[in-house]
Design a protein around this ligand. Structure first.
Ligand code: ACM
Ligand code: ZN
Length: 541
């Protein structure tokens, strides 16, 4: 008897050791959670998934719809209010003790437990859970049942603003392309899509009160080949989003807890608009939407009241189309003052308003538009040039020419977002071997450089740092023509930026991060994404 008991225990130890050996998990999650600890065992996922989440709120329904859709190739999840015996139970709940976007995700023998302070946090928790599922779930029916690791995760974002920008002016993209870009934001826990809608080379949103914007300003005669070579393709180019299409994009983003911030450029980058409404330029015409790249002298006239009436009509419709965005981005960058210097109306405005120069005139312009936008319950964001000539009272600054703009803004008590050209311009090359890269605007920003970037200026005091909302990468599309090329430029750089934007963990071991990237690459493969392969570790011979 004693002997058989002894054998039984030896067998038990053997089995449990064997189990331990089988289940050694390492963290493969990108961005890495604030806390993650794997157990030594697994939860077997049955054919039937029950989701204990009865939330009839609008945001609750977004969670339900997303999960249903995500799991639909393999399961028909049922949303109920009581766990089911011997089935896979996923318990989802709001825990008001937790801050916004913060979540906990625990998996044990009894099921999956996801909690967050808000629905957005639940959604990010689902994105983490997604990375624990086999990659095949992204594209097809799984061939067999699978297991989830026992794990305890507690996670919260480093920054409350985590943005990705897309320029649809230099090249235009379809609604489906934009949605697919939003899918990338989702996967990498970015919460803001900065939608750059107007520029010299094309105006891309219908404004019903100003029909010539869609009709004329959305079109250009042709496009220069590469970087202002003087050789043109001779092919008319154009496109714009209708109101229904914009609403469709905004809904798609908001169903995924992503805020869409529209950008309407002023006073510069206005050539396309002037081609349709020449009377609001300083010299009255004739103007054509730009067919090459760069900065153009013709900008909106700041002395003409009609300019402000025009822009107010635009803002009226933009506020209607983006009702939930707290911000309207008003551009403000790269506005040469040469026309204003010679324009009698602009000079009269400078005199009448007691301004000392054209920089102060730009400040007058932005402040006037800010007042209008504030009156509609929204705030403005502008590129860091809006600091010149005096910052509008409630403006948030996007620091792009370096980090100084952000530092200045914070010292003046204003919020800022970091997106310097040094680390956040994903239209730049990602490899030194540019002969084997698609043509790009300039300069090298590779993954390792982004990884080691500390976006919080150490010259700022603790109080000033509170003005740092977060980080963003920009994708200008002079040389980017299609979805596959967009994906190539942002993947995997946005995965690295997500680590900067989301994770609080120290970034001091690039190879550890690179190892985690390898798992993400498998998911990109399953999703058919066209990602740059420089960080892919291939089997050595
Ligand atoms: C910018 O890149 N002109 C903001
Ligand atoms: Zn003028």
């Amino acid at each position: 008897m004693k002997k058989s008991l002894f054998i039984f225990f030896i067998l038990l130890i053997f089995i449990s050791c064997k189990d331990k050996k089988n289940y050694e998990f390492t963290n493969e999650i990108v961005p890495t959670p604030a806390f993650v600890e794997f157990g030594k065992n697994v939860l077997n996922v049955s054919d039937e998934i029950y989701i204990i989440f009865e939330d009839s709120s609008e945001d609750g329904k977004k969670i339900t719809d997303y999960l249903t859709n995500f799991l639909s190739k393999n399961f028909s999840p049922k949303f109920i209010n009581e766990a089911q015996d011997k089935k896979t139970n996923i318990f989802i709940s709001i825990d008001e003790e937790l801050p916004a976007e913060t979540y906990s995700l625990d998996i044990d023998n009894n099921g999956v437990y996801l909690k967050s302070g808000d629905h957005r946090g639940l959604f990010w928790g689902i994105q983490t859970l997604r990375q624990l599922f086999p990659v095949e779930i992204e594209k097809s029916k799984l061939s067999e049942n699978f297991v989830l690791p026992h794990v305890k995760i507690f996670d919260k974002p480093q920054f409350r603003y985590r943005g990705m920008h897309l320029d649809v002016c230099r090249h235009f993209f379809s609604v489906e392309d934009v949605k697919s870009y939003i899918d990338l934001l989702v996967m990498h826990k970015f919460n803001t899509f900065h939608f750059h809608l107007t520029d010299d080379q094309g105006w891309r949103v219908d404004i019903k009160a100003l029909p010539k914007l869609a009709e004329i300003a959305s079109q250009r005669k042709e496009t220069v080949i590469k970087k202002n070579t003087g050789i043109y393709d001779g092919i008319p180019y154009g496109g714009y989003f209708t109101h229904d299409e914009i609403r469709d994009i905004v809904k798609y983003a908001e169903d995924r807890f992503i805020t869409v911030i529209p950008e309407i450029e002023m006073p510069g980058h206005a050539l396309a608009a002037l081609s349709a409404y020449p009377e609001i330029g300083c010299v009255g015409g004739s103007y054509d939407a730009a067919t090459s790249w760069g900065v153009f002298d013709d900008i909106f006239c700041a002395g003409n009241e009609e300019t402000f009436h025009f822009l107010e009509k635009v803002i009226d419709e933009i506020c209607e189309l983006f009702p939930n965005s707290p911000y309207i981005h008003v551009g403000g960058d790269e506005a040469p003052k040469v026309r204003w210097e010679k324009c009698p109306k602009c000079q009269k405005r400078i005199k009448d308003e007691g301004l000392s120069n054209e920089h102060e005139l730009q400040s007058y312009f932005v402040q006037r538009m800010e007042k209008y936008i504030n009156s509609k319950g929204k705030r403005i964001i502008g590129w860091d040039e809006i600091l010149e000539g005096g910052l509008a009272p409630n403006a948030t600054v996007m620091s792009w020419r370096g980090e100084e703009g952000g530092i200045d803004a914070a010292r003046q008590g204003h919020d800022f977002i970091m997106n310097p050209t040094s680390h956040c311009y994903f239209d730049y090359y990602q490899s030194e071997d540019i002969d084997n890269e698609p043509f790009a605007i300039c300069c090298l920003i590779d993954c390792e450089k982004i990884y080691y970037w500390d976006p919080v200026p150490n010259t700022l005091s603790k109080d000033e740092r509170k003005h740092m909302l977060g980080v963003q990468a920009n994708l200008w599309t002079e040389y980017i023509l299609d979805r596959a090329h967009i994906q190539y430029m942002v993947l995997p750089r946005m995965a690295v930026l997500s680590e900067v934007a989301w994770s609080k963990a120290p970034r001091d071991d690039y190879s550890e991060f690179q190892n985690r990237l390898q798992s993400l690459f498998k998911r990109y493969d399953a999703l058919g994404y066209n990602y740059a392969k420089h960080e892919l570790i291939t089997e050595k011979n």
